[in-house]
Ligand binder design. Structure first.
Ligand SMILES: C[S@@+](CC[C@H](N)C(=O)[O-])C[C@H]1O[C@@H](n2cnc3c(N)ncnc32)[C@H](O)[C@@H]1O
Length: 317
């Protein structure tokens, strides 16, 4: 299933990419939003795409090059004189880097890139990763229990083996909002003692054994919240988001725009409070008081968009 970019029109409206500008897509994935931004900045502009999942960098390269008729399929890294921005002779229009968006200031420095006119973060995982990564993001598939974007992180199968039952319950409660967290943590640890849990199927079974038969009256799968919690923990998703917000002035130039799409309330609260705090300190101006959500039409066409919330801000200095 190809990933459909969420709130695309609204993202473009707030980011306002213009010809000649330099934009960053910090979660480029297959390049759904990225390709649109790349088109808007035009031949004199530049796009830096980052993803923590190396496989997605290859996908983005194919998609954006095809859409924009970019001649060279091997994209060069920028080679610019120090402090010269991207006005030098040697420049790539599209730079794709495997990395964590929370390290953006360091990435810009290493690549000798200037602060950007705009930054997009479209958080979490994509349909592509859910369907084809084989990394255990979906409880509907029986795959190795990894759930990490970057293969250097500790996979979930090891996390659940190494941490205490108490800590596991805390993670499932805090990052999943799961009221049966204690029972689930107990079942996971007990099962793991008998035989190591290595797959998503085994984890789902342990979760199911711990919750009542009529869990949430059948409205959601018992594994939903626990899977979300373990993915957030394994990738330090909330920590990354908090870090990048603090670093916005090192990433964006004066007047630079930031658009962030979140998919659950924990992330949205961090963006809402982070933006508010920075507005109080005159670091940025919030562009929409309320989060932007998808229309009924978009949700019908792309059910994955239903929990999306977009917040946007403009750097004040
Ligand atoms: C929802 S997808 C983005 C979809 C993209 N906007 C599109 O329309 O094609 C989120 C992407 O963010 C990546 N990701 C998650 N955490 C990241 C991080 N800390 N740094 C960089 N990329 C990250 C995931 O690997 C995934 O590819």
């Amino acid at each position: 299933m190809t990933h459909i970019p969420v709130l695309l029109r609204e993202v473009i409206k707030f980011l306002e990419p213009r010809p000649g500008e330099f934009f960053i897509d910090g979660t480029i994935d297959g390049g759904g939003h990225g390709a649109e931004i790349f088109e808007k900045v035009g031949p004199d502009g530049m796009l830096l795409g980052i993803d923590w999942d190396e496989r997605m960098i290859e996908m983005a390269k194919g998609k954006i090059s095809a859409k924009s008729n970019l001649k060279s399929p091997r994209l060069r890294r920028a080679r610019l004189p120090d402090g010269q921005g991207f006005g030098g002779q040697e420049k790539s229009k599209l730079i794709l880097i495997h990395g964590n968006y929370a390290d953006l200031p360091e990435i810009l420095k290493n690549e000798k890139l200037p602060k950007a006119d705009g930054l997009l973060l479209d958080l979490g995982f994509s349909s592509e990763q859910l369907e084809t990564s084989g990394r255990g993001f979906s409880f509907t598939k029986n795959e190795p229990l990894l759930m990490t974007y970057d293969s250097s992180r500790e996979p979930v199968k090891e996390i659940i083996r190494d941490i205490s039952e108490e800590m596991l319950a805390k993670i499932i409660f805090e990052f999943g909002g799961e009221r049966f967290s204690r029972r689930i943590a107990k079942a996971i640890k007990e099962r793991g003692m008998r035989k190591r849990i290595e797959t998503t199927g085994e984890l789902s079974e342990a979760i199911r054994s711990a919750v009542p038969g009529n869990y949430e009256r059948g409205r959601i799968e018992p594994a939903t919240r626990t899977f979300q919690a373990l993915r957030i923990y394994a990738n330090d998703e909330l920590g990354n988001l908090g870090r990048v917000l603090k670093k916005l002035p090192e990433i964006l130039k004066q007047g630079g725009r930031a658009a962030i799409i979140t998919f659950h309330s924990l992330e949205d609260r961090i963006v809402k409070n982070g933006f508010r705090e920075m507005e109080k300190q005159n670091i940025l101006n919030i562009l929409a008081k309320k989060p932007i959500t998808p229309s009924a039409d978009e949700i019908r066409e792309n059910p994955r968009s239903r929990s999306a919330k977009l917040r946007a801000a403009k750097l004040a200095y």
